[in-house]
Design a protein around this ligand. Structure first.
Ligand SMILES: Nc1ncnc2c1ncn2[C@@H]1O[C@H](COP(=O)(O)OP(=O)(O)OP(=O)(O)O)[C@@H](O)[C@H]1O
Ligand SMILES: [Mg+2]
Length: 390
């Protein structure tokens, strides 16, 4: 099963483009499900039909669903949540706060994404399209499997079998209720599901992320940050979509300055995301809702191509740990060693060679380290980042 996640800053066009992609994919004969994992659903507005957490058929081969995160939490986390509430109560924390504390950050997103796993297992669909929450939340969501696993391991470090043996004593001597068998059973189930989801999303032969931007400064910056972390967490980005470009045909002097600014930003987008393929969509003269207009958007992005194709499958760069050092490496097939110039400016790494310029936003782990050496061999640039001095 193919999975495509659409993400980008708020309002850039995620829902519109997810819906447009779904329509086109269904016309290619892919049994397609679009799910909205953003708590503020607007997929129904895009399609102009009512949607709920029960899948609804929109067209031949096309289904859509808006996930009820609260329901998913109750279903998956209910038993653990009850236990944690009791635990917090026993520590003198009152009911409302205890309820809040028993749901960790990222859980809503995580359980929304669990739907992907469900469909993966059921085999009902060839393609799942996920209209994600804005980038910041998506990043949190994609690291949610690790974070949740961490919580579970640290909060419930005891194995279930050991728990059986110590429970009778524990309940008498401990100043808090000891988890029941059900709680351990639930944790085991969730841990397995999380692993399953993580494996699906990191399978670059089937799952990819498409990043949507507008040619605006703030949007580019946020997307670049997300791009760096997707790469770091081993998720594949196969397409960049630049939406809402002012059309060339617009000659109104009011937009002249805007067009110059956008041209500059489009160049920046190329420098920051190349070699990931970039597609552009003009700003329409009205909102885009309903199947017909969405289909038009789909054609602008994909032309005659199948939207379920994988448009790019290599990792733009790699970061590996070597003791306390890190090695950043990247393939630069067309450059000559003597042309390459490297600069580090705060969180940015700039690679220049003649007219070629790449700008990479370094992840936090590298920012406070120093570049010890840089090598260029077999067209691979590798940079050694170390702690401390030279
Ligand atoms: N190319 C375009 N031309 C004109 N309007 C557009 C274009 N793309 C999207 N829109 C409109 O912009 C608005 C925001 O788009 P959309 O809801 O798809 O963004 P989003 O990224 O999902 O937003 P949110 O972050 O709020 O979920 C919608 O009204 C949509 O119809
Ligand atoms: Mg949206």
């Amino acid at each position: 099963m193919r999975t495509i996640l659409f993400t980008g800053k708020g309002g850039v066009g995620k829902t519109t483009i997810s819906a447009a992609t779904g329509i086109l994919a269904s016309q290619f004969g892919h049994r397609t499900m679009i799910i909205s994992a953003d708590a503020a659903h607007s997929l129904s507005d895009a399609f102009e039909v009512e949607l709920s957490d029960t899948p609804r058929k929109i067209a031949e081969n096309l289904y859509a669903q808006e996930i009820d995160a609260q329901k998913e939490i109750e279903r998956n986390w209910g038993i653990i949540q009850d236990y944690l509430t009791k635990f917090f109560n026993s520590q003198g924390i009152d009911n409302i706060e205890a309820d809040e504390m028993s749901v960790f950050p990222g859980l809503e997103e995580l359980f929304s994404l669990m739907q992907i796993r469900k469909y993966h297992d059921s085999g009902e669909f060839d393609l799942i399209i996920v209209d994600c929450a804005p980038t910041g939340d998506t990043l949190r969501l994609l690291s949610a499997p690790e974070i949740t696993n961490w919580y579970l391991k640290h909060i419930f470090p005891i194995q279930r079998t050991a728990a059986k043996a110590i429970r009778p004593v524990a309940n008498r001597v401990l100043p808090f209720p000891f988890p029941s068998d059900d709680v351990f059973e639930s944790i085991k189930k969730i841990t397995t599901q999380i692993q399953g989801l993580s494996d699906i999303l990191r399978d670059s032969g089937n799952s990819t992320i498409r990043l949507i931007l507008n040619p605006e400064k703030m949007v580019i910056k946020e997307s670049q940050r997300a791009f760096t972390y997707f790469n770091l967490f081993n998720y594949s980005v196969d397409l960049i979509i630049v939406n809402k470009k002012i059309p060339d045909k617009v000659k109104d002097p009011f937009f002249r300055e805007w067009k110059t600014i956008q041209t500059e930003h489009r160049k920046t987008i190329f420098e920051r995301f190349h070699p990931i393929p970039i597609r552009e969509i003009d700003l329409f003269d009205k909102e885009i809702t309903g199947i017909k207009k969405l289909e038009r958007i789909g054609r602008i992005i994909y032309g005659e191509e199948d939207p379920a194709d994988i448009f790019y499958s290599e990792k733009p760069f790699k970061i590996e740990k070597n003791g306390t050092d890190y090695i950043f490496s990247m393939n630069l097939p067309f450059l000559k060693k003597e042309e390459i110039e490297l600069y580090q400016k705060g969180e940015e790494l700039i690679i220049k060679a003649g007219k070629y310029k790449r700008n990479i936003l370094l992840p936090r782990i590298l920012m406070n380290l120093n570049i010890k050496e840089a090598k260029f061999k077999n067209h691979i640039l590798s940079i050694l980042f170390t702690k401390g001095g030279e």
